[in-house]
Design a protein around this ligand. Structure first.
Ligand code: 5CA
Ligand code: ZN
Length: 409
């Protein structure tokens, strides 16, 4: 699948910082020290009802990770998937009486447009679940051969007990896992499973649903977690730096994915940090496709909202906090954007050397974007109140905001 075009990332003077970031698996901050290539896998959309502000906020967080690493002159191998076949997508297509392939293509196209408008750097590999099926089948076969998978009425399940590290990503107790499993695509109550939490690896073909050749597994389609594992292992291998997504993916998705990968390879851990963005709410409830309480990036763009203002609205919240989207959030972001643009359009100003360092420090400290915005606000206030003689300053401030925060002034 093709991704979307990259906006240019200006080079900045001085040195970037190593990223310290919160890891769900340890519950604390880890300083990542990648080699010349930093590797990150971020879970992509299930392509319907995209791109809402919750999606945008989560991809904004991982875009910052990429920008921090690029600032250290590392290459970034960023992989993202598109869950272009899964129950919720098929259900939506059926509800709306549209072809599921067309729905997925249209929504993925819209997502690409939104990501481009928001200046999110594209992944190096953008891979759909359907195109990953030939790589998924042998992994499920291998899990079965290892005794880590079993069959139930033609469907193949992963045995969570096969991974001694199962539970170490989300660190939840069994009762909490069971509840979340039922809420988030699992089937803990299905009779005949070895452990209620065991997730499906391969679903045997159902009448009226799409299916693919699964070799010795028979016709069917892949489970959700193995999709991301197959894509991540294929393009990144084990021990990559960051597995990313919203906090609703910590369990079961990232927990199960890590277990699949660890049993398949015999290596531990799959990722050095499991990084989770907080949930964006609307009217007091998590913005979600199933509830339908959504604000879309494309809708705001159509209404003439500057994508840079949308991006500033996202950046005004720490990625780990849960927060609420309101008109006021967007209005304040628009006002901030106007102030910043006025400040960098002057021919000179106060030195911006310190500003570059402050933005770097803020982002390297668990992606503290609000602190980075506050640093820019201070430089802008100085510019407004006192001005300055440095003719390079407005350009440098503008390049720093572009390179590190993805906002074009
Ligand atoms: N295709 C799977 C991942 S493999 C999936 O979860 N798709 S999704 O379209 O439902 O979500 C895409 C990303 O947006 C996920 O990382 C998810 O955690 C995140 N996300 C969904 N809703 C919100 C929200 N309200 N706030 C923040 N992030 C959200
Ligand atoms: Zn995923």
């Amino acid at each position: 699948m093709h991704a979307w075009p990259a906006s240019e990332v200006p080079a900045l003077p001085g040195e970037g910082r190593d990223l310290r970031i919160h890891d769900t698996a340890t519950g604390g901050l880890v300083t990542l020290d990648p080699g010349p290539v930093a590797r990150i896998y971020v879970c992509g959309i299930t392509p319907y009802d995209a791109t809402h502000m919750g999606h945008a906020a989560t991809y904004n967080a991982f875009d910052l990770v990429q920008r921090v690493w690029l600032d250290t002159k590392r290459q970034v191998h960023y992989v993202q998937n598109v869950t272009d076949v899964d129950d919720p997508l098929l259900e939506r297509a059926q509800r709306d009486d549209v072809d599921w392939v067309e729905l997925a293509e249209q929504e993925t196209a819209l997502f690409r447009e939104d990501m481009t408008a928001l200046r999110m750097l594209p992944p190096r590999h953008y891979i759909g679940a359907v195109e990953a099926i030939p790589g998924i089948v042998p992994l499920v076969e291998r899990l079965r051969d290892l005794g880590a998978a079993y069959e139930l009425d033609g469907d193949v399940y992963f045995s969570v007990e096969s991974d001694p590290h199962f539970g170490e990503v989300s660190r939840l107790d069994a009762a909490a896992m069971r509840l979340l499993s039922a809420e988030r695509g699992g089937d803990p109550d299905r009779p005949g499973k070895k452990n209620p939490l065991d997730p499906m690896l391969w679903m045997a073909a159902r009448d009226g649903e799409p299916s693919w050749d699964g070799g010795s597994l028979g016709r069917g389609r892949p489970g959700w977690h193995i999709e991301c594992v197959a894509i991540a292992l294929d393009h990144l291998g084990m021990g990559f730096e960051v597995q990313g997504g919203g906090s609703d993916l910590a369990f079961p998705h990232h927990e199960m994915g890590a277990s699949h990968a660890q049993v398949l390879t015999g290596e531990f851990p799959m990722a050095k940090a499991y990084v989770h963005a907080g949930m964006v709410a609307l009217d007091g409830e998590k913005m979600s496709k199933s509830k339908g309480n959504l604000v879309f990036v494309s809708r705001l763009r159509r209404d003439g909202v500057d994508p840079a203002a949308i991006r500033l609205a996202l950046l005004a919240h720490h990625y780990r906090s849960d927060w609420e989207w309101t008109d006021r959030v967007l209005q304040e972001a628009g006002e901030r954007l106007d102030r910043w643009r006025a400040a960098v359009s002057r021919p000179d100003g106060p030195s911006a050397d310190g500003l570059v360092e402050e933005i770097r420090d803020a982002l390297a400290d668990d992606l503290n974007a609000p602190a980075a915005l506050a640093a820019v606000d201070r430089w802008v206030a100085l510019q407004q109140e006192h001005g300055g003689e440095d003719t390079g300053a407005p350009g440098l401030a503008s390049r720093a905001v572009d390179a590190l925060l993805g906002v074009a002034l």
